[in-house]
Design a protein around this ligand. Structure first.
Ligand code: SAM
Ligand code: SF4
Length: 340
């Protein structure tokens, strides 16, 4: 049995078959949610994972530690489902921040007033809050919850807690909320938060919304630029194309996941709440890490097994998804089950 610990080993680059170095881990901490967004979940009848199938904080930390110490991962984002419905989340944030990585969170924001400060104190650095409408009736229709005011207050709570940057994720949908582009841009400028408009991806629960719903990022950008002068910010490896308002009103971003996929630069992998490892949001295969985490292996032996499993899974990472093409096959699971 190997007795080496991670601290003794240098990090190795985790390179996929297309030469991309993987270094960004999304961890879903729950499949449950307090909202029922139309594009993500049915109104009723979701079957939740039993508690025993969900990874514990210890197991998540163990997996993350291997990613960080053996493969040099630099960022971890917690998501779900709604991550804030998982009890004691700050404890997990503290464990992960202790690994020396940047820890971020994606949330619907409804309970942020209560959670923002403990999360910031635990070491959370960045936060993305999802918000698809600034109109109460429409928000209710989209999320099936009358929670707009609480989400808006949650955004303020995140700012008050010193989380920075606070970003707003807005999925734009044709005929549903695409008349709110400028309202959102103005909202971001006034609150000092960066709004990131995201193209709708056909991964929704009900098979009702199709690619007709996609509003191309270029169209979103044109609507913003018609109202406010902007200039592009040099793009890094992140998926968002970002722009600066020339009058100093902050920044705005568009994520063209469908019309201009950023797969060529993708450095992400995902761990679902029950410990399945995925190399793409749209992957059709999953790799079972929970069985390894719950095996008899401990210490260096456990780490070596995880390293091997991660390496071989990343060896299957594909060049990119094929949304909008005839060969696209939708994964069986919803975004909330995968961890969006
Ligand atoms: N509950 C949290 C939230 O809503 O922010 C985290 C999980 S949610 C699945 C993560 C993100 O996925 C949200 O910003 C949501 O808007 C986005 N999302 C869900 N379904 C989507 C779809 N079909 N296309 C694009 N984005 C989607
Ligand atoms: Fe919940 Fe987020 Fe899915 Fe909405 S998008 S139902 S908030 S997991």
């Amino acid at each position: 049995m190997s007795v080496a610990t991670t601290a003794q080993r240098p990090a190795e680059d985790l390179v996929d078959p297309f030469g991309r170095t993987v270094g960004d881990l999304r961890i879903s901490v729950t499949d449950r949610c307090n909202f029922r967004c139309q594009y993500c979940m049915p109104a009723e009848g979701m079957k939740w994972l039993p508690r025993s199938e969900i990874l514990s904080f210890e197991e998540i930390e163990q997996f993350a530690r291997v990613c960080v110490e053996r493969f040099g991962f630099e960022s971890i984002r917690l998501t779900g489902g709604e991550p804030l419905v998982r009890a004691h989340l700050p404890q997990l944030v503290e464990r992960l921040a202790g690994l020396g990585v940047d820890v971020a969170l994606t949330t619907n924001g409804a309970t942020l007033r209560m959670h923002a400060k403990p999360l910031a104190d635990a070491g959370l650095s960045r936060i993305n809050i999802s918000l698809d409408s600034l109109q109460r009736e429409r928000f209710l229709e989209l999320t099936r919850r009358d929670e707009l005011d609480r989400v808006l207050d949650g955004i303020d709570a995140a700012i008050d807690a010193g989380l920075a940057p606070v970003k707003i994720n807005t999925v734009m949908m044709r005929g549903i909320n695409d008349d709110e582009v400028v309202d959102f841009a103005r909202f971001g400028r006034e609150r000092g938060v960066e709004v990131r408009f995201i193209e709708f991806m056909p991964l929704e629960a009900g098979d009702v919304w199709t690619s007709d719903v996609v509003v191309p990022a270029d169209e979103i950008l044109a609507a913003i630029s018609a109202e406010f002068a902007t200039e592009p910010i040099l793009r890094s490896s992140e998926p968002a194309e970002r722009y600066r308002y020339l009058d100093g009103g902050g920044q705005v971003g568009v994520i063209a996941s469908v019309t201009k996929p950023f797969c060529g630069n993708c450095d992400r992998v995902r761990l679902t709440a029950e410990g399945q490892f995925r190399t793409c949001l749209f992957a059709l295969n999953e790799f079972d890490m929970r069985t390894i985490l719950r095996s008899d292996a401990v210490g260096g032996e456990l780490e070596d097994q995880l390293v091997e499993a991660i390496r071989s899974a990343v060896g299957t990472k594909w060049a990119g998804h094929s949304i909008g093409q005839v060969n696209f096959i939708k994964p069986k699971r919803t975004m909330s089950q995968i961890g969006g």
